[in-house]
Design a protein around this ligand. Structure first.
Ligand code: MG
Length: 174
């Protein structure tokens, strides 16, 4: 749809998001919060310390969308002091950010994310994560990219004590 001549909204808006979660050893017998990334559970001996489900990829992506639109950030919209978001699935945050974008007239055109974690190797899971993100956003998988790096064994991320995600999105006037 061509915007009317008086529409001053830019056709494109770019957004960047970042998140980090501390990782702590999981108690035995399947207890504790498992590590989940882009909605996909990972085999790991540690889990994220978090109020919600601690999905750092969904959090960084949500903040990238909100940032592109100059909206309040994820911590302002979903404060970790609010019992409503305790153990919440982070799908909720992403879908709310997309709904706010839609209200502003924008849709997500493509996304590129970099996950930094020491283990496990993400390559066997990348396509599953991409597919799940594409499904949640409602775009083709070819528009969703997830890259993975280690932190070369240095600092907290490299010592397997934290996970870090950077995300960039392009929002297009719908
Ligand atoms: Mg977070």
């Amino acid at each position: 749809m061509t915007p009317p001549a008086t529409d001053t909204r830019p056709p494109f808006r770019i957004g960047q998001g970042y998140d980090l979660h501390r990782l702590e050893p999981l108690p035995p017998a399947g207890q504790g919060r498992p590590l989940i990334l882009g909605g996909v559970p990972l085999e790991h001996d540690k889990g994220p310390v978090s109020h919600s489900d601690g999905d750092a990829l969904l959090h960084a992506l949500t903040d990238a969308i909100l940032g592109a639109l100059a909206l309040p950030d994820i911590g302002q919209l979903f404060p970790d002091t609010d019992p409503r978001w305790k153990d919440a699935s982070s799908d909720l945050f992403l879908l709310e950010a997309l709904a706010l974008a839609q209200n502003a007239g924008y849709r997500l055109s493509n996304l590129d994310a970099t996950v930094i974690l020491e283990r496990p190797k993400l390559s066997p899971l990348k396509d599953r994560i991409r597919r799940n993100l594409a499904r949640l956003i409602g775009i083709d998988e070819s528009l969703v990219n997830v890259k993975a790096k280690t932190h070369e064994k240095v600092d907290a991320v490299g010592e397997n004590r934290a996970i870090e995600v950077h995300a960039v999105v392009l929002m297009t006037l719908a």
